[in-house]
Design a protein around this ligand. Sequence first.
Ligand code: SF4
Length: 228
Amino acid sequence: MYLIELYKSVQGESSFTGVPCIFVRFAGCNLRCAWCDSEYTFTGGKPFTADQVIAEIEALQPCPLIEFTGGEPMLQARELLPLMDRLLATGRYTLMMETSGERPLADVPEAVHKIVDVKCPGAGAASDSFRLANLDALTANDEVKFVLSHRADYEFARNFIREHALESKCGGILLSPAFSKTPSDFRTTDNATLDPRLVVDWMLADGLPARLSLQIHKYIWEPRKKGV
Ligand code: SF4
C-alpha cells in the first residue's frame, strides 16, 4: 500500500476528539473537494507492506486508537481491509477510518468506526459523490460528516439528515465549517470560511440532531502545520 505519513497525535475530529491517535495517511484521492486541506496526498506516497505498517504502529505504542485517512484510504481497500482484520484480531486496537463514502463500504469490518463525509454543493466538483448505498453499511459505530461552506451547504445537510433519518442509521452527525485554504498563522475561527456561530444558530433553530465539529488540530497548532 502507498502511504504519505504515519504519526501519533491527538484526534482532531469526531466523538474521539482529543484522544491520542495514530494516523495512517494513505496516498491518492479520486475526488477534488474545493476546500481540500490534503492536496499533498494526491500524488506520491511510499510503498509499505502490512507487516511494515504494523511494525510502525507497534513502535508508537502505547496508543490503542488508530485512524486510517488520506487521501481516500478505500482506494487501496485490497490492502487496507486485510490490514484492518489483522489489527482487530489482536484485540488491542480501536480502528477509525475517514472516508468520502464514494467507494463501497459494505466490506469494511463492522468494528471499524467509519467517519463518512457526505459532500455538500460547496465541495464543487466532488459534490454529489456520496454513494447512497453506503447508508446501508452504516452502524452505530459510525459518524457522518458534512463540511459546510455556506448556508446552502447547511440546508443540503439538514435536508439530507431529515430525508434519510440519518440519526437512526449512525452513531453521530458532524457539521464542520470549511476551513480556508489560505489560513493566517493565527489559531482562530477567523480561518473558517463559515462562522461556526452561524452553524450553531442554525442547528438550534432547526433542532438538528447533530454535533458542531471544529478540527481542533487547527486551533492547537498553526493551521498549516502537517503531521499533527
Ligand atoms: S475526499 Fe478528502 S482528500 Fe479527497 S479531495 Fe476531498 S477532502 Fe481532499
